[in-house]
Write a protein that binds this ligand. Structure first.
Ligand SMILES: [Mg+2]
Length: 173
């Protein structure tokens, strides 16, 4: 099988990074549990929203992301059995291309550059499974769509859902 795996909020914890930067900038202490069903920028006061939207443009933002729990060990196993491709709409943030490539080299060295698709629209992807946290990416995919749970999508319905990489392991292995 050919399996596409998104990066942000599936293997890389972008949401946590927004939270960490925000807490540092504004010395507040709200957590992921306060963000249920919303984009992070929607959870902060209006006067802070621009600052949050600028995070992804900061040099180093995508290089410093933490790895989502269990994603490395499960993907390593899955990639021995299936054709695994990382598929990230990285062109939204052109500065992220090198950072994402370096990040994958460090944390997912078993996925070679030939299996990394840093792209724009994902509807051009043709394969069997797409794992993504964005319903608009899953909506246009012809194969099996799996929504990976992130604070912003907890209220999204109509998709097969995985709450963790251990659940992905159960589904795919
Ligand atoms: Mg994503």
């Amino acid at each position: 099988m050919t399996i596409f795996v998104d990066m942000d909020e599936v293997v890389a914890d972008t949401y946590q990074a927004h939270l960490d930067i925000y807490q540092k900038d504004f010395e507040t202490s709200f957590g992921k549990e306060d963000c249920d069903g919303k984009e992070f920028w929607q959870c902060v006061p209006k006067e802070h929203q621009k600052s949050v939207k600028d995070h992804a443009w900061q040099v180093g933002f995508f290089r410093d992301l933490k790895v989502i729990k269990d994603s490395q060990k499960v993907l390593e196993k899955v990639s021995k059995k299936h054709h695994v491709y990382i598929a990230s709409a990285a062109m939204q943030f052109p500065n992220s291309l090198k950072e994402k490539s370096d990040w994958l080299d460090e944390f997912f060295p078993f996925i070679p550059w030939q299996n990394r698709i840093l792209c724009g629209h994902k509807h051009i992807l043709k394969g069997d499974i797409l794992i993504d946290d964005r319903s608009y990416n899953l909506h246009n995919f012809d194969g099996r769509s799996i929504l990976f749970t992130s604070p912003h999508n907890t209220k999204t319905v109509d998709y097969e859902r995985a709450n963790s990489w251990l659940e992905i392991e159960e589904k795919l292995l």
